[in-house]
Ligand binder design. Structure first.
Ligand code: G3H
Length: 496
């Protein structure tokens, strides 16, 4: 049960505490934020509504802790991360339970998220000791006009305080994808969890607490975005922001100061299916890529662009698989579970209605109960429909029939997003040419878009993001190069 056993101290009465200075505390605001269970649509948990004054204190302790942590040997930092990873995995069940209740993630996928997160933390520790243990040595006479009188030694140093803001759909995994790299690189970390997913995050942070990280090194503040959101992202004590989410990221990038930003925002990941594709493989990937976690993934297949000559067969195959998806509560491990909030369900419904009015073919009857939306494939979608461009973040996939590969690439590149895309064909040469032409951070050949494995580079173009993620890239992004130059005597004074 969430809040029981080893997690006892993170809650008082009905409300979960926030974490700072190595302690669990109640906010002086006396206020809390309610977390609504997407399935029951009733309040499941409550978290502290922290104040700006508390944020100031958190960042101050974070700054102090970081100075000492940066001096802690790399192998010791790695050792603590391995410990946290093990504790997290050991407590996968209560953390997964929070995910089921807060974000309606199917039970099995919730456990997978926690286990994947433990593995991610361990990989950060291993990768960190390798890449941070190396620097560069340069000599001056490789640049015109210089003698060999300067030796330059470079190493990677931490940035300071990293602010991590993960989204609701992977609150644990996308939090540790920021925490692991930040800590191994010698930074301290302040976590602002999403409201839905905050309690899973607090449990995860407690695993770091149990591992014995120094006080103040990792903090977790909860509260209303309107009260502490901008205050955190514009805080002069923050030295780096790593954000995953929607449009808010664009606003943050405009307001943040002169600090490195890592942003993973939305996507409208296209799936291009050519005439020679293995249509069974394509259909299976459209189902998995489009409907897992009810389409609430930035890397979900969000538009299918299929050659007209194979469109009927593909649609038929997708529909046959779609009919087998189990719809219902996350506790029963259903494939399609309620979407995260009523406003999200309303938004998805708006896209469906728009497509209906403009003449799309609904392969299934549109059905909704509360936040639960039955999966739908929309055929014959045209570019004048909102669903052709907007990101539903729900179990609804538009199919646009194309007459040439160029038409598909054109549609994909006309999007404001550029996260991932995929192409299904048996012709590898064509696949490579299409990958080169698609303006997205990643193109998957013969598989659905996906971020993992977590050490792969992961990045979006245009409105889909800033910088590149994946464990190695995140560690590098959360460091700065420091040079020390040894100046030698000029050649006239040298011996020999
Ligand atoms: O929602 C955005 C996530 O980064 C997608 O991750 O491809 O592992 O589902 P995933």
């Amino acid at each position: 049960m969430a809040g029981s056993g080893v997690f006892e101290g993170i809650k008082e009465g009905e409300v979960f505490k926030y974490y700072t200075d190595g302690e669990w505390k109640n906010s002086t605001s006396g206020k809390s934020v309610a977390i609504i269970n997407p399935t029951t649509r009733t309040t499941q948990y409550k978290v502290q509504a922290c104040t700006q004054e508390e944020v100031n204190k958190v960042i101050e302790s974070s700054k102090i802790a970081q100075k000492q942590w940066a001096k802690t040997p790399l192998w010791k930092r790695a050792e603590l991360l391995h410990k946290a990873a093990a504790i997290l995995k050991e407590h996968k069940a209560p953390i997964a339970e929070c995910l089921v209740k807060e974000i309606a993630k199917p039970a099995k996928d919730s456990v997978t998220e926690v286990v994947r997160s433990g593995d991610l933390i361990s990989y950060c520790a291993e990768e960190g000791v390798r890449i941070l243990g190396e620097g560069k040595f340069l000599v001056s006479d490789s640049f015109p006009g210089n003698e060999r009188t300067k030796y330059c030694l470079t190493s990677k140093i931490p940035l300071g305080v990293v602010l991590a803001i993960p989204p609701f759909n992977y609150p644990v995994n996308l939090a540790v994808s920021k925490i692991g790299p930040a800590l191994i690189a010698g930074n301290s970390l302040v976590l602002k969890p999403p409201t839905q997913g905050a309690v899973a995050c607090l449990h995860m942070v407690h695993c770091f607490h149990l591992a014995g990280f120094p006080k103040g090194l990792i903090s977790c503040v909860t509260g209303k975005g309107s009260e502490i959101g901008d205050f955190l992202t514009m805080h002069p004590g923050v030295n780096c922001i790593s954000f995953t989410g929607g449009d808010t990221g664009i606003a943050i990038s405009k307001k943040a100061g002169m600090v490195p930003l890592q942003m993973e925002l939305g996507g409208k990941d296209a799936c291009i299916v050519l005439e020679d594709a293995d249509l069974d493989l394509a259909a299976a990937n459209i189902i998995k890529g489009g409907f897992s976690y009810s389409g609430q993934r930035c890397t979900a297949v969000k538009v299918v662009l299929v050659m007209e000559s194979v469109a009927d067969t593909l649609v038929e195959k997708v529909n046959a698989k779609l009919a087998k998806l189990k719809v219902g509560p996350p506790e029963e491990d259903c494939d399609i579970t309620p979407v995260v909030s009523e406003s999200s369900a309303n938004f998805i419904e708006g896209l469906a209605k728009d497509a209906k009015t403009k003449g799309a073919t609904f392969c299934q009857e549109y059905k909704r109960e509360g936040n639960l939306i039955w999966p739908v494939l929309l055929d014959h979608v045209r570019p004048d429909m909102r669903i052709a461009w907007e990101e539903p973040f729900g179990p609804i996939i538009p199919v646009i029939r194309i007459n040439s590969v160029e038409e598909g690439i054109h549609h994909c590149n006309a999007s404001n997003f550029g996260l991932q895309g995929c192409v299904f064909t048996k012709d590898i040469n064509k696949a490579i040419l299409i990958s080169d032409a698609m303006e997205t951070g990643t193109v998957q050949i013969n598989s659905a878009p996906a971020r993992g494995p977590d050490h792969f580079p992961f990045q979006g173009l245009k409105d889909s993001g800033i910088g590149s993620q994946g464990i190695t890239n995140s560690i590098n992004m959360m460091t700065k190069v420091k040079s020390t130059v040894i100046n030698l005597p000029t050649p006239s004074y040298t011996m020999g």
